[in-house]
Design a protein around this ligand. Sequence first.
Ligand code: ADP
Ligand code: MG
Ligand code: MG
Length: 263
Amino acid sequence: NKIEDDYVMGEALGKGKFGSVFLCRSKVTGVEFACKTLPKGEETVHKEVEIMQHLSGHPGVVTLHSVYEDAESFHLVMELCSGGRLIDEMMKEGRYSEHKSANIFKDLMLVIQYCHDMGVVHRDIKPENILLTASGKIKLADFGLAMRIANGQSLSGLAGSPAYVAPEVLTGDYGQKADIWSAGVLLHALLVGVLPFQGDSLDALFEAIKSMQLDFHSEKCQSVSKLARDLLERILTRDVAARITAEEVLSHPWMMFYTERTL
Ligand code: ADP
Ligand code: MG
Ligand code: MG
């Protein structure tokens, strides 16, 4: 079947580096989905599909529903996240309360922990790739840069988005802890309202990521709790071995204190 046989295509939901994402509706069931269309010749499509299928068992991962192929493109029919992107919500909100940040970060860490347990490094954790459902639950999307790695294996080669990239990605080998760093950059943005590392040029930004001492004494940080600062420091450490894992983040006192307890 061609995608047009099974789905009615609708408005554009987003545009990425290689392809576009459109709303679509099943002609059979009437259910709405998001369709990511990627031009052929992109070898990485197969990997993206394979990894999404591999990770399909977790509620925090955008589910891949079906895949179509035609002469020019692949079409990935995915679960629709009608709440949009976390980045857009952050732009509106400015900065988040400790309570709201902790609840978002907990859900993000649970899905990152799952990816890591499944042997996957996402490599592009940022709020443009974190989507929201109608009820406001987060879903991790965009596995276009994700890699499967065996235990103890490491990756090399620059990947990700400049402001979120871990220092070890800039200088050499890296692994799953690079995702933790990126998530820490996001946590800083949630709590403080600005990115921790900035620069007027790409070089200046990378220099800041590699060597700038984080300062939590600025006026902006005054309202950030001691526990949150402690967690940020444990994540945004350049010593990869010392940087905490997803599991350790989840049991950090800040998480325990500020997330909702569920029975
Ligand atoms: P790229 O690899 O090109 O960055 P993404 O997978 O991140 O592509 O998708 C690009 C944009 O499309 C996202 O930032 C988001 O706005 C939108 N989008 C992607 N997947 C979905 C989805 N499942 N539901 C709703 N919108 C989506
Ligand atoms: Mg993306
Ligand atoms: Mg991508």
